[in-house]
Ligand binder design. Structure first.
Ligand code: SD4
Length: 341
């Protein structure tokens, strides 16, 4: 048995392609040794820096990864300048701000809200769905009712500048998801692949706490001027976020429809289980999107971010301009993500 296990391990490690070929119940190569004692938090885009700082407040006091990611992503959720997450998010084509969020912890517990309106912190509602209900997902009216019943305030989330952007958009009503569409069309960005400091999209955050436990959170207002009721990858466990405490966690940003098709974040975690580094696992997930539709891939953005149990992290995107923020005892930094194009 020992030899067979060794054989399976060495034949799977380093292979980007094999999933589910072996009996993982017995021969799973993936339990990665933990990084306990060295907390770390990573998150998508430049605004991840401020979000990470809030998460670090929790982690540095021996707090849990779950508390850290919730506290972290609440920062962009509350920021009216950020037009793609929470308060101030760009509305759908009917002028309604609808938010998506999910959270997952080290015990496979997870919660999600989809298409929720009037609530500034959907991530905290998602956490309550996880902790107080027998369910995982609440949507729309039901999610709002649940939030109000649990003390959340009903608020107008449509800021003046997001309303103006929507009114501007109504003139053409041209709806075509593109690369970092929120920036490109509605902040009058001229760079065809905007990125760096002006870029604002979904926040996905992953954290490993001092005990070595991993948790993740993902929250967004989704695609600007989407159809009412449209939900992307971000609140879907496995697509926009996945955590397996034996292996690591992953999250995504960009055009959610393409991420859902490949169940992207779950795919990245399973690839890490097989021995791929976080960056290579993200790269392989991006290449699945490329393979399926090389032409379309040129016109959209998708980025993945991942961390493994050892605290190693990495990212990969289709297009330039994807950045991610890292905060640990060793470094506080913003890193330009590698990309295919
Ligand atoms: C969505 N993935 O709703 C989100 C949006 C996003 O960069 O991340 N934009 O599809």
């Amino acid at each position: 048995m020992q030899n067979r296990r060794k054989f399976l391990q060495s034949s799977l490690i380093g292979s980007a392609a094999v999933i589910g070929g072996a009996s993982f119940a017995e021969d799973r190569p993936g339990r990665i040794q933990s990084n306990a004692g060295n907390p770390i938090v990573i998150s998508t885009w430049d605004f991840g820096k401020a979000a990470n700082a809030a998460a670090w407040e929790v982690l540095s006091k021996n707090g849990s990864a779950l508390d850290a990611v919730e506290a972290g992503v609440r920062v962009p959720e509350a920021d009216p300048e950020n037009q793609s997450v929470g308060y101030g998010g760009l509305p759908d084509r009917d002028g309604r701000v609808t938010l998506d969020a999910c959270i997952m912890d080290a015990q496979y517990r997870c919660g999600s809200v989809m298409c929720i309106e009037h609530i500034k912190h959907p991530i905290s509602v998602a956490r309550l769905v996880m902790e107080k209900t027998p369910h995982i997902v609440l949507v729309g009216e039901g999610a709002l009712e649940f939030a109000l019943a649990n003390g959340f305030q009903k608020e107008n989330l449509l800021t003046e500048s997001s309303k103006k952007a929507w009114q501007e958009w109504l003139k053409s009503s041209d709806y075509k998801p593109g690369i970092n569409i929120e920036n490109k069309l509605y902040k009058k960005e001229t760079d065809p692949m905007p990125g760096g400091k002006d870029n604002h999209d979904t926040i996905g955050m992953l954290s490993l706490d001092a005990k070595g436990d991993i948790a993740g959170a993902c929250t967004t207002s989704g695609l600007a001027f989407k159809m009412h009721g449209r939900v992307g990858d971000s609140p879907i466990i496995g697509a926009g976020l996945y955590v397996d405490n034996e292996v690591g966690g992953a999250t995504s940003t960009g055009l959610g429809e393409e991420v859902i098709r490949i169940v992207g974040s779950h795919l990245v975690v399973e690839l890490m289980r097989q021995g791929l580094s976080p960056e290579n696992a993200c790269k392989e997930a991006v290449s699945r999107i490329l393979k399926r539709s090389p032409q379309k891939a040129k016109e959209i953005q998708v980025g993945f971010l991942a961390i493994n149990k050892k605290g190693e992290y990495g990212a990969y995107a289709l297009q330039k301009g994807f950045s991610y923020a890292v905060h640990s005892n060793k470094e506080v930094t913003l890193i330009p993500g590698k990309s295919h194009f």
